[in-house]
Write a protein that binds this ligand. Structure first.
Ligand SMILES: Cc1ncc(COP(=O)(O)O)c(C=O)c1O
Length: 372
């Protein structure tokens, strides 16, 4: 029998665990317990950008610190306008949050229900899936195709069967670093079943070099049932500053805004505005620098005939040919922390692309463990 007290206890338990965990929190949870972690540990476990915030953002944050005793509420309309117009959107087409984690959480909470499932591929970034599970929403995980890409037709079929739901497409996908082509996203948008919303997580889209992959923002501008999540944690190097946003049709954003926790920190906001004012050279240089370092990694692996999934973001999946948990627990004891396990890809090791020096250290430690 369902009692009121039981109901309250269940709600409290759900509230306690429902919040989305950003990548860093998942990484920390997976960190080897008990092992004495080296002070100079090379952290390649959370897909962060070793470059950190750009110089202009550091200066903007320093400048605002003395006045951070004030709320600065009157500035936020302008700040959000800068964020929206940088992507050719109107201010009413975005909602900002504490990282993209917050807006992903909101989208899952709003656009799934007891009868509208959360649908994604397995594995994908766990955050939104875990929110759905913790809220008691049905979760449907579809299989990746042979080439590790998302099967958009399968996801649409599942949404159709359930008479609606939320399809979560991470592009590029974390942890595989594989992409969904513009052709496939086009097909999915054109064939979205009734009562279905498509949530495209573009946390790593700025790193993509393939011409057949495009952002889904044009669908937002066309008024489709599409939400795009973006973050300043990755290419902009601001993971600790906690800024992200969702872009969608104004009516969807209105619903999401009602659930938003608060404005973002003024210090983070100033960092974002400064970076957006100089975004072209910032994005170009960071993408090129990451691509060079990643290219050296892939060349090194190819020379040694170690297989990997062709990467499209600032991390990659290496096929270690046996259960990767051995690498995940052993490598940190040698000073390098790789990513966590991502079942069912049990033989794959996810590694974030760090600085050249960090990747040199990764290669040294990886090879030691690989050779046994
Ligand atoms: C695909 C993806 N989406 C969202 C996030 C959440 O990041 P944040 O809350 O820092 O924007 C992450 C974190 O790594 C991620 O990998």
């Amino acid at each position: 029998m369902s009692t009121r007290r039981g109901f309250i206890a269940r709600m409290a338990a759900a509230a306690a665990v429902a919040r989305i965990l950003p990548e860093a929190a998942y990484a920390q949870r997976a960190a080897v317990k008990g092992a004495a972690l080296a002070k100079d540990m090379v952290w390649l476990n959370a897909n962060e950008n070793p470059a950190g915030p750009p110089r202009c953002s550091l200066d903007a944050m320093t400048a605002v610190l003395p006045s951070s005793g004030r709320y600065h509420y009157n500035e936020f309309a302008d700040i959000y306008t800068v964020m929206a117009t940088a992507e050719g959107l109107a201010p009413e087409q975005i909602v900002a949050g504490a990282g993209s984690s917050e807006v992903l959480h909101t989208a899952v909470e709003l656009f799934t229900s007891a009868t509208k499932p959360f649908i994604t591929v397995n594995p994908a970034y766990e955050g939104p899936r875990d929110v759905a599970r913790n809220l008691g929403r049905p979760v449907i995980l579809t299989k990746l195709r042979e080439d590790y890409t998302a099967d958009v037709r399968k996801m649409a079929e599942e949404a159709d069967r359930a008479h609606g739901g939320l399809i979560y497409l991470c592009n590029p996908n974390n942890p595989t670093s594989a992409v969904t082509s513009a052709q496939d996203v086009d097909w999915l948008v054109a064939n979205l079943p009734a009562n279905t919303t498509l949530l495209v997580d573009e946390a790593y889209i700025h790193f993509v070099e393939r011409p057949d992959v495009k952002s889904a923002l044009p669908y937002v501008k066309q008024g489709k049932n599409v939400i795009v999540a973006r973050t300043f944690s990755k290419i902009y190097g601001m993971a600790g500053l906690r800024v992200g946003f969702a872009a969608a049709r104004a009516d969807l954003i209105e619903q999401m805004t009602r659930m938003s926790l608060n404005v973002i920190s003024i210090v983070s906001a100033r960092a974002v505005v400064a970076a957006l004012n100089e975004r072209e050279p910032i994005l170009r240089e960071r993408k090129a620098s990451m691509s060079k370092t990643r290219g050296e990694m892939t060349a090194w692996l190819r020379e040694r005939k170690v297989k990997f999934i062709e990467p499209n973001a600032n991390f990659m999946m290496i096929d270690v040919g046996r259960d990767s948990r051995h690498f995940i627990t052993t490598m940190p004891t040698l000073g390098v922390a790789p990513g966590r396990p991502f079942p069912p890809l049990d033989n794959m090791l996810r590694v974030s692309i760090g600085t050249d020096a960090e990747m040199a250290r990764f290669r040294e430690v990886f090879w030691k463990v690989y050779k046994g």
